[in-house]
Ligand binder design. Structure first.
Ligand code: 6XA
Ligand code: ZN
Length: 341
């Protein structure tokens, strides 16, 4: 399996996120990708190549033009106020407030976000646009006939919606890849999101469409981030009715419950018969993950990969979460090895 990777991810390195009532070091850090890259090399998964540059076309096919413009300018506007710390939002337009984009950068940060855990730094724009190119390069390889590819990028993407960032995510790499496949000849795409957290951004982007099926296995949002999307009764709207499948699980779920949910999800994917499957590959379902409450073991990821590959469909794996830095490489690579055996 080909891996697409660039060192540009290092340019996004936040100092802190608001967690447990304190500004704490970011869990989403460059060492995560370093560990995954090293594990891919160790496992001899296949060639590792740089992404091609697709420009902003594929990004704008998914994200709002004003949001993309904001992301590009945000650090410059923040730094122009004499700040050198990370840019973080502090207030949100909740029920009853006006949804108007403010002029001042502090207001813009809030308008285009949904949490205070996702800092923008000097290199964030370069890192996230390279991340999108990595995902699109993987999609292009599937279109060229590869059976599978691995987009090794960070920061992750599945919480980013059409016009807001959050959950460590800015551009929705999996959604951008899926849309690129659609725009280049594919009729139907399934996105299978196995990250511990619900992919609220991906769901919202495709919620009213029947050409992109979204299936997600995640911790129940009644107790877990992102809290405000990811319930089982969210099944899609309009043309998309029936094309969104959420499989929330309780805290402390282990392999039994998780793989039962996977079978339900895979059955729906088979029935949909997509041309391509994009896997939002987060391994924060791991028992040792510092911010999560599921109980998968490293060997379970081999099984995950082989069950997904049993679909017999072209697979694009896109890296999402996973914060047990010492094990993240093994766990991700186990999925990919399981998918190629
Ligand atoms: C809130 C938790 C962010 C979760 C990020 C993640 N600080 N999403 O791993 O998949
Ligand atoms: Zn996650």
């Amino acid at each position: 399996m080909l891996t697409i990777y660039s060192d540009d991810h290092r340019l996004h390195h936040g100092k802190g996120e608001l967690n447990d009532g304190e500004l704490q070091p970011c869990y989403e850090c460059p060492e995560r990708a370093d560990q995954v890259l090293e594990a891919v090399r160790r496992a001899k998964l296949g060639d590792i190549v740089l992404p091609d540059d697709f420009g902003l076309g594929p990004v704008r096919a998914v994200h709002d033009v004003r949001y993309v413009d904001f992301l590009q300018r945000a650090w410059g506007l923040w730094a122009a106020e004499g700040r050198s710390s990370d840019a973080l939002p502090l207030a949100w337009p909740v029920r009853g407030m006006r949804q108007l984009e403010p002029d001042y950068i502090d207001g813009k940060l809030s308008y285009f976000s949904f949490d205070a855990g996702t800092p923008i730094t000097a290199g964030t724009w370069t890192a996230v646009t390279t991340g999108a190119n990595i995902a699109v390069t993987g999609a292009a390889r599937l279109l060229a006939g590869d059976a599978s590819a691995f987009a090794l990028s960070r920061p992750p993407g599945h919480h980013a919606a059409r016009d807001y960032f959050g959950g460590y995510c800015f551009l929705n790499n999996a959604a951008i890849a899926a849309q690129y496949l659609r725009d280049n000849g594919a009729s139907r795409i399934a996105i299978l999101d196995v990250d511990y957290h619900h992919g609220n951004g991906t769901q919202s982007i495709f919620y009213d469409r029947s050409d992109v099926l979204f299936v997600s296995i995640h911790a129940d949002p009644k107790n877990e981030y992102p809290f405000f999307l990811g319930h089982a009764d969210e099944r899609g709207a309009g043309d998309g009715d029936g094309y969104n499948l959420n499989l929330p699980l309780p805290w402390q779920s282990g392999a039994d419950k998780w793989f039962a949910a996977l079978e339900t999800g895979l059955t729906r994917v088979r029935e949909f018969a997509p041309d391509y499957v994009v896997v939002s590959l987060g391994v924060d379902t791991y028992v040792g993950d510092p911010i999560s409450q599921f109980r998968l073991e490293s060997d379970d990821y081999l099984e995950m990969g082989s069950r997904i590959a049993a679909l017999g469909m072209p697979l694009l794996f896109v890296l999402e979460g996973g914060y047990a830095v010492a094990e993240v490489g093994t766990n991700v690579t186990n999925v990919l090895l399981g998918a190629t055996r």
